[in-house]
Design a protein around this ligand. Structure first.
Ligand SMILES: Nc1ncnc2c1ncn2[C@@H]1O[C@H](COP(=O)(O)OP(=O)(O)OP(=O)(O)O)[C@@H](O)[C@H]1O
Ligand SMILES: [Mg+2]
Length: 234
């Protein structure tokens, strides 16, 4: 099966700083690819190149064969993106924000109704979703952004450090919902610092250091990711 995400030889510089250095990787349909690496190693820069927020100096990104910069609208219909600092409108309720996301993807009211009634069951926050997001905690903002990304049933979900604000039970719910999501054939490209999450829920992990993808390994039952990570990045 062809890759849902292909990153080909991407380099991104900020002045003299090489934030991402000749990175190539691919994500297969039905899998979760986790990108890990120290602070400042280039994860967010790479994610921003993937979703078309940054233009690589060298290389290209294709979503299901569609170049993100050449055909951004076509490519953006294929994926949803949750940033590391999700911006959600403070004067809308969580439900209104999630529904708005569905409308922007061109979904009908009846499809939005059906999908929202499923989405609101994922986290135990149905009551919170009825209130304005201006009063939300960080974790609830992250959950709302995640749910809004799911409403379009994307083929690829790109998520930058999504679980910093989530409590332990919510991380588990989040991981299980990602597994259900990829079981239907969709894919996830996620950057995170939470190694236990990667060990439990990801299929493949890429380790990035100083902008370079230094290791890429499948997640197996006996993997000691902390050990591998520390040896690879120190
Ligand atoms: N807009 C920018 N202008 C200049 N330098 C930048 C810019 N964005 C990122 N950088 C630099 O690029 C490097 C990679 O940053 P990036 O945000 O991609 O790292 P990261 O792996 O996401 O880190 P973290 O784990 O803290 O989120 C860092 O040295 C950072 O200071
Ligand atoms: Mg980052």
């Amino acid at each position: 099966m062809s890759d849902i995400l292909q990153i080909k030889s991407v380099t991104k510089k900020f002045g003299n700083l090489v934030a991402v250095n000749d990175v190539s990787l691919s994500v297969k349909p039905g899998t979760i690819y986790a990108l890990i690496g120290p602070n400042g190693s280039g994860k967010t820069t790479l994610v921003n190149c993937v979703v078309g927020l940054l233009r690589p100096d060298v290389g290209e990104v294709n979503i299901k064969g569609v170049n993100i910069l050449e055909k951004p609208v076509v490519a953006k219909h294929l994926f949803s993106y949750v940033s590391d600092n999700p911006a959600i409108y403070p004067y809308l309720s969580g439900e209104e924000f999630i529904r708005l996301s569905g409308k922007l993807h061109g979904l009908s009211e009846s499809v939005i109704d059906t999908r929202f009634s499923e989405l609101k069951k994922i986290f135990p926050m149905a009551d919170i979703l009825e209130t304005r997001t201006e009063s939300y905690s960080r974790g609830n903002i992250e959950k709302t952004a995640f749910l809004s990304a799911l409403i379009s049933h994307p083929e690829l979900l790109v998520i930058d450090e999504p679980i910093v604000g989530l409590d332990t039970a919510s991380v588990e719910i989040f991981g299980r919902s990602l597994r259900r999501f990829v079981k239907q054939g969709s894919s996830v490209f996620i950057s995170t610092h939470t190694l236990s999450f990667v060990e439990k829920f990801a299929d493949t992990v890429g380790i990035i250091r100083n902008g370079t993808l230094v290791k890429e390994i499948p997640i197996g039952p006996k993997i000691n990711l902390e050990d591998i990570y520390l040896k690879t990045t120190s």
